[in-house]
Structure formats: C-alpha cells, structure tokens
Design a protein around this ligand. Structure first.
Ligand code: GTP
Ligand code: MG
Length: 557
C-alpha cells in the first residue's frame, strides 16, 4: 500500500512518513524501556510454529480468486488471515491461516491430487486452487466472513524507491528508522519461512514423530532483510526424553556410525528424498564435507534460498542471543540494519560469496559490542546475561557447548540511561571503529569491553558461545584496513552532510548509501592506498584467504 501511494508522490509523502515513524519515539527514555514487555525467543518460536501448522499456501489464478478461495475453504474451519504475493504475472499465491489447526488439517484431508499428472502423491502445505468448472454457478457465499487480503512483498524493495523515500525524510534519525521499516523481514516473510520448515516436518513426520525444523539465523533473530536466506536445523529427536511412562516401548535402530558420519549419511538420504519427492524444492546441493554439513536448496513457491543442517545447535542458540540483544533496546535493530546496508554498499561485506571479508554476522556482533561500550551502555555484557540465568535457562548442545544465558528479559536488571539519537550513535560507531586498536585488542560480547587479542588474526571477535574461537578468523589484514578507511570516511561524510538544505538530493544517510556518488576525502584515500600496498608485503597479511564462511569450511571459526 505504501508504494501504491508513492505513485501519488507529493500528495502522500508526508502522511507516509508520519505512518512510518509515528510509533517510534525520537528520544528513548528509561521509562519507555521499563514499560516494555518482552517475549522470549522460545515463546515467539512456538507461536510461529503453530501459525505455520494452521496455514496453507495456495497458488491461485490472480488475487481476484481471494473471495472464492476463502468461501471454499471456510467449509473446513474459520479463517483468520490471508496474505497475497506474486512472483511473476502467472505465479500468484495466497497464504491462508485458519483459526484452528483442525481447520487446516481438514482442508488437507479433503484436498486431492492432480489426475492429469502421473506424479507420486506427497503431502505438503502447498496447493493450487483449481479453476471453477464454468458450467457450474459461482459459489461465493456472501454471508461468510472473509479475512482482509494483505498484500506484502517477498522480494527486496526497489532501490530507487527506497532512495527517493529516504531523500525526502526530515532527519537522519527518520532515515534510519524508515530504512529499517522498509527493508526488515515482513510478516509474510516470517510466515513463509516457518511454512518451509513445516513442509519438512509434515513430509517426514510419519517416520520421525519427534522431528522438528528449528529456524535460526537472520530469518528469526530480528536482523533479517526481506528476501534473506533461511537457515534451518532439522532435528530428528528432541531433548525432552519420553515422559509418557508407558510400558510399551518402540523398537528403534542404533547407528554404528560416529556422530559426524551419521549426520552426513542421514543428510544424504534426506537430501535425496527432498530432491526426488518434495514439491517446490529445487536445485538441491549437498555440501557434506564442510565443518557443519549442509544442504542448500531453493524453494520455488516461496522464492527462498534455504540452508539446512542436522547438527550445529550453537547456530540456533546464537540466533536466540542476537534476538535478545535486539529486543533490549529499540535502537539496536535500526542501527544494525543501517550499518549492514552501509557495509554492503561500500563493499565491506559480500553476501553472495563468503571469503576474506567480514560477514553480516560478525558486523552485527561489532555493532552490539559498540553499544556495550558507549558512554552510558545501551546493552549489557553477556556475562550479565549468564550470571542472571536461572536453572530453566540451562542449555548444553550435543557436542557439549554450554549455551546457558538469561532467556526472559523481563527478569533482566540492567538500566539504560542512554537517550542518544540514532544519528549520533551511528556517528559514534564510525568513530569507535576508526580508532579501535585492532592490533592489540579483540572484541568480546562476553566481557563487553575490549580484551587483549589472543592471536595474530587481523580482527579478533570472540565467539560468545565458544570463547576460544574467533568468528572473524577469515578476515584478512587488507579487509581490516578497508574497514578502518571506510569507517573514517563514513564519519567524515556523515558529519559534512547533516544539513538537508545544503544538498537536498544527497544528504545524511543517502550520502553514505549511494555507492557510486560517494564522496571520498582525498587525503584519507591516499593514506589508505599506502597502507594497502605495504600490507601486501607482510607475511601474514594474506593468510586465511581461503578460509570461507564457517559453514563451508573445515576451519572452526
Ligand atoms: P544473513 O544470512 O546474511 O542475512 O545473516 P545470518 O545471520 O543469517 O548469517 P548466516 O546465514 O551466515 O548464519 C546463520 C547463523 O549462524 C547466524 O545468525 C549465527 O547464529 C550463526 N553464525 C554465522 N556465522 C557464524 C560464525 O562465524 N561462527 C558461529 N559460531 N556461528 C555463526
Ligand atoms: Mg542466514
């Protein structure tokens, strides 16, 4: 709707801004923080999983089929919500949510398979709505309640439109908030990701009654963009043990393989099953020799790239930790979004291929660390979270990694006195890292302050769940110099383009985010060139060039 109204630009733009930023206070006070109620990651996940169990994705001819589809489906149960998106003119989808799981199950039970297609019948939440036999009358029951059809995008927003909206904002704070609102994963994006997990559970549930697809990464940690990839872990058994107390026990098969080869074999089989039988799953690639064996695939109806693994619960708990840090203060996520965008525009991160550059994950940790280190800290150190943990918070992974920390933020006693604006925090971030002593110090969320660097890596960022490991081990000295240069540059650009009136078409955030038109302060540019060249002669400056992302490499990050 926002972009429909953008068509009528000048008339609508002020009201668009008001609606985009109205719910966000410009000044953040302690009172507001105290008043907020936090949802735990587990509760949020449980709600989303149930939502997926109540939902179906139906391919339709066009959005005009909405009423007819709802009228047809309401015979199975009351409908709660409906979302529409299209991937092309001919690929139109409606995501329907029933009020109860039973409604959805009834709809699935009554669905049939395509008689004209000699395919093997397989159950999934992905269906299509057959056109009505034209000889029969239209069957829309006008008395039935039909949920509103909500239009949302599953693809990234057009850069020119974003540019246009950001340029017309009033302040840099507004620009940061708007960027966040318009690029963050929307409701539909979250729902279809849980539905992708549910598809695997549905398909394999008959054989593995305890199966659970656990979503992690940016799809669930609150730092995901529209269109971000989906990371998921498929667990065939849960940790809860069996509490039924029955005297009848299932016979099961013990594996003779060790943990890793067992995971590889299981993934091999499940990967084949997905490839051969599951609808809409395409382009299945197995990368089983990586440290964390993964299978990559593409979901046709959801337009999603999915990475799935069957081990690595630390990734899941790491996402929970990031989610909690994002919940503590409402400035965290807009700031991370803005910095992720800036880093990708200036070429510090490269989401399409892993390599010697900093990852989005490491950059996010750097932002959190910075917020622990501002004059009046906005985020607590992780040791505060671990010290506040209760017995309910104890989590230890299969490979014995302790992931215990406070889960319920309502029990956190940490006062936020800081009321700085997003704009000032952004500037301080650039200043903080352009002067950070990377040579001697490392970044650690656990301590919440710089630590003595334990080795010679270009950048040391302690893995908060496995403190002996460096999550930025892959980053080269050359990339570190680039980071220092770009943060210096950004601080300078941001300071010199605050005034909207001086250059209304390229001010504030726009001057930072428009890659081609970036202003480069000459002396800084030359200084950095010299550093780059001398670096090439240092022995260890090129080490780890082939250490690619933690998922695709044997090197433990
Ligand atoms: P984007 O996919 O870029 O949007 O962000 P992401 O956070 O999902 O990153 P990615 O898909 O690369 O990784 C998924 C999750 O795995 C992250 O959110 C972390 O929880 C975890 N992770 C990523 N990189 C590392 C790493 O270097 N070490 C460890 N231990 N965990 C990582
Ligand atoms: Mg991801």
């Amino acid at each position: 709707n926002l972009f429909k109204s953008i068509g009528n630009r000048n008339a609508g733009i002020n009201s668009i801004f008001r609606s985009l930023i109205s719910s966000s206070p410009k000044h953040f006070t302690n009172e507001e923080n105290k008043a907020s109620k936090y949802t735990t990651f587990e509760d949020m996940t449980a709600i989303r999983r149930i939502e997926a169990q109540k939902s179906l994705l139906v391919q339709v001819n066009s959005e005009k089929s909405h009423k007819e589809l709802c009228s047809y489906c309401s015979q199975f149960g009351k409908l709660r919500s409906s979302f529409y998106y299209n991937l092309s003119e001919d690929l139109n989808f409606i995501l329907l949510e029933f009020d109860e799981i039973s409604g959805c199950e009834e709809a699935l039970r009554s669905s049939s398979f395509n008689e004209d297609h000699p395919a093997i019948p397989v159950i999934s939440p992905f269906l299509w709505f057959k056109a009505r036999d034209s000889s029969k009358p239209k069957s829309v029951d006008k008395n039935k309640e039909v949920p509103n059809l909500i239009h949302q995008e599953v693809k990234c927003l057009d850069e020119n439109k974003l540019d246009e909206i950001l340029t017309s904002a009033e302040t840099i704070d507004d620009q940061i908030l708007i960027l966040h609102r318009l690029t963050q994963l929307n409701e539909l994006g979250i729902r279809i990701r849980y539905l992708a997990g549910h598809q695997l559970e549905m398909a394999l549930n008959g054989m593995f009654p305890k199966i659970q697809a656990c979503l992690f990464g940016s799809s669930v940690n609150g730092f995901g963009k529209i269109g971000c990839d989906l990371d998921l872990i498929l667990r065939l058994n849960d940790d809860c043990g069996d509490i039924t107390g029955s005297r009848l026990i299932y016979h099961t098969k013990m594996s003779r393989l060790n943990g890793r080869s067992q995971t590889q074999r299981q993934m091999e089989v499940i990967g084949d099953l997905m490839h051969i039988f599951l609808p809409a799953i395409n382009n299945v690639r197995k990368i089983l020799n990586a440290r964390v064996p993964i299978i990559k695939y593409n979901h046709e109806c959801l337009d999603l790239d999915i990475d799935f693994s069957m081990s690595n619960m630390t990734g899941f708990y790491m996402s929970e930790l990031l989610y909690l840090y994002g919940e503590i203060d409402e400035r965290v996520r807009p700031l991370v979004f803005c910095l992720r965008k800036w880093a990708s525009v200036v070429g510090l991160t490269n989401s399409s291929s892993p390599g010697r550059w900093i990852t989005n994950f490491s950059l996010t940790v750097m932002v959190l660390f910075f917020l622990q280190n501002v004059k009046n800290p906005i985020l607590p150190s992780m040791s505060v979270l671990t010290k506040s943990a209760s017995p309910n918070d104890i989590r230890v992974t299969d490979d014995n990694i302790n992931c215990t920390f406070l889960r319920d933020l309502n029990k956190l006693s940490f006062k936020i006195e800081n009321t700085e604006s997003l704009h000032h925090l952004l500037l301080q971030f650039f200043e903080f890292y352009s002067t950070f002593n990377f040579q001697q110090n490392g970044i650690s969320l656990i301590e919440g302050r710089p630590i003595v660097k334990p080795d010679h890596s270009a950048i040391w960022i302690t893995n908060p769940l496995e403190p002996l490991l460096n999550v930025s081990k892959n980053v080269s000295y050359e990339e570190l110099e680039k980071l220092k240069l770009e943060t210096r540059n950004a601080a300078w650009i941001l300071e010199s383009t605050i005034d909207k009136n001086k250059d209304p078409s390229s001010w504030g955030l726009m001057s930072l985010l428009r890659s081609k038109k970036r202003v480069v302060k000459p002396e800084m540019f030359f200084k950095s060139r010299i550093v780059d060249v001398t670096d090439l002669f240092k022995d260890d400056s090129i080490k780890d060039y082939d250490n690619i992302s933690y998922k695709n490499t044997a090197i433990k990050s």
